[in-house]
Design a protein around this ligand. Structure first.
Ligand code: ATP
Ligand code: MG
Length: 534
């Protein structure tokens, strides 16, 4: 059994290794190429951003923001105070669940003591808002009757209870340090950048794509990681003409076709816009219908009736499927404009020859989507089979403090995309040998022997590499037998044999490793020979 070292990659993260990384690079260069032909340019936003940006954009109520983000305090000294503040808030929650209020009072007193100590030591500068918040808290604490630790859970009178709640609100308002988060997705960053760089003054629409890692603390499983990669694109500004929605979808489908991704299925839907005569009205209808059938729903769905009824439609639970099928459909509740937009998106897709399936249950997990939503699945992925999700988000830039701006985009899960490509290749190559781990491919292995030959070998390696060939040049002398064995292990196609004879005559020996065919040729001919026969 392989011995495990002391350090291992953190759960939910992984090393991407050759030869698989070659596939990753090919996928990424194909994305750049295809997106380029549609007029998109690359943006590389930072990997961490203010937590507040994601909280605003993705939505505080979503799982991503409430529990999946990797967040930390920008300033570690102040971070400790932030943690003490968080602890005090926790203690208040526990008190609300009947724990001793003393824990909460003590946590707040400790927090204030820590603030004072640190300030006195001149370690941290606390802004004036927080300073006055702390002063107010001190006054409020003084109003509480002295706390008696010898009494088990004291009964709390109405006055004290109101005072505790007031203290809690003050604690909530304190902020000591900016919090930052590793990005869980990149749309928020792209919109932030759009505003920051006044891209509304660029020729509209602004078309940007990105690729890179995203971070979500989810339960790791096949196709679901804590560090995963997305390839995405956004169209910002200009009109919301349905032709844009259709072209964006066409672009993803073109990319997938170029990769020869198997079993690609596009599903589309319109989730209308956030107004009483459109989606909001529908959500109320849906909620009422869900209340009727709530006894037959699972616990998660029952909770969502209140918090986010649309997400019930997302349920994968077997026993809920028949019930969901009877619920009112959003298509019947869209306003005239959204209905018209959706109909035109479908027509535009048809004009482009893009095959789609309508799925009225398709909703996006993130809060900011409206109108067109789509999801693409591929084969070989089990239950995590969505390789791309996207949709329109016209209000997002404005929500982040920018001008009213139309927006649409998508994000492809690159890990899943690669997994599907690998599955398909495995099937196609069943029986054939898979490339061994660590193989990066080698066109020519240079087997040299003797000090003079080494100089020739170095010059030969340079020439062959300049010609674009992948060349392995052993750093130390090897007997020819051993060198050829090594070439074989690396999966080299050819061995260039350079011994005393070759160096003296200028006639080099090239051996094809697949069948042992050996030919002599002039030094200058080797690169062309290998390239032609490759
Ligand atoms: P899912 O329903 O699979 O959780 P999602 O709605 O959370 O997806 P989005 O936020 O829309 O996904 O991200 C777009 C794509 O990113 C998904 O379709 C998927 O391919 C990929 N993706 C999302 N989360 C992960 C993850 N934890 N690991 C790997 N890929 C992911
Ligand atoms: Mg998810």
């Amino acid at each position: 059994m392989a011995q495990k070292g002391k350090f291992q990659a953190i759960k939910g993260t992984r090393d991407l290794l050759p030869p698989e990384t070659e596939l990753w690079n090919w996928v990424e260069s194909t994305a750049r190429e295809v997106f380029g032909t549609f007029g998109f340019g690359e943006i590389r936003p930072p990997i961490f951003e203010p937590t507040e940006l994601f909280a605003r954009a993705v939505g505080g109520e979503t799982d991503i923001v409430s529990k999946e983000m990797y967040s930390f305090a920008e300033n570690p000294d102040l971070g400790l105070l932030e943690e003490m503040r968080g602890y005090a808030i926790n203690m208040f929650d526990l008190y609300k669940e009947n724990a001793d209020p003393g824990f909460f009072i003590l946590a707040v007193s400790n927090l204030l003591a820590a603030v004072n100590l640190r300030e006195r030591a001149g370690e941290v500068g606390i802004d004036s808002n927080s300073r006055s918040g702390c002063d107010q808290l001190e006054h409020l604490l003084e109003k509480l009757p002295p706390y008696d630790w010898s009494r088990p859970s004291p009964t709390i009178g109405e006055n004290e209870s109101a005072l505790l709640t007031q203290i809690f609100f003050r604690v909530q308002l304190l902020t000591f340090s900016d919090r930052v988060s590793l990005r869980p997705e990149a749309t928020a960053s792209v919109c932030r950048a759009y505003i920051e760089h006044n891209m509304n003054q660029w020729p509209a629409p602004v078309k940007l794509y990105y690729l890179g890692p995203m971070f979500r603390r989810e339960r790791p499983q096949k196709g679901r990681y804590r560090q995963f990669y997305q390839i995405g694109a956004e169209v910002l500004g200009g009109t919301d003409a349905p032709g844009i929605d259709a072209e964006v979808i066409e672009m993803v489908m073109t990319f997938f076709a170029k990769l020869d991704l198997q079993g690609v299925q596009l599903e589309i839907n319109s989730i209308g816009h956030n107004a009483p005569e459109c989606r909001r009205g529908y959500v109320e209808k849906l909620r009422a219908a869900l209340v009727e059938v709530k006894d037959n729903l699972g616990e998660d769905s029952r909770k969502r009736i209140e918090t986010n009824p649309l997400r019930v439609l997302d349920s994968k639970l077997e026993h809920e499927q028949a019930i969901i099928a009877t619920l009112p459909k959003i298509g019947d509740s869209l306003c005239g404009e959204c209905k018209g937009h959706y109909a035109e998106v479908k027509r535009q897709l048809e004009m482009r020859g893009v095959a789609y399936r309508e799925n009225w249950r398709l909703v996006r997990g993130l809060d900011y989507y409206m109108r067109t939503t789509f999801e693409i699945t591929a084969q070989g992925l089990g239950s995590q089979n969505a390789v791309c999700g996207g949709g329109r988000y016209d209000g997002l830039v404005e929500l982040l403090g920018g001008p009213p701006t139309k927006g649409i985009g998508f994000a492809i899960g690159e890990d899943r995309l690669i997994l599907s490509l690998l599955e398909a290749r495995k099937e196609a190559a069943s029986g054939e040998e898979r490339p061994a781990s660590g193989r990066v491919g080698c066109d020519v292995y240079i087997a040299w022997l003797g000090a003079k030959a080494q100089a020739t070998a170095i010059a030969a390696a340079r020439k062959l590499r300049e010609a674009g060939l992948r060349v392995e040049l052993p750093a130390v002398e090897q007997k020819f037998g051993k060198a050829l064995g090594q070439a074989d292990k690396l999966g080299a196609k050819y061995a260039l044999i350079l011994g005393e004879d070759e160096v003296a005559s200028g006639q080099w020996t090239v051996k094809r490793l697949a069948d042992g065919l050996q030919e002599k040729m002039a030094a200058g001919e080797v690169a062309e020979y290998v390239k032609q026969k490759k």
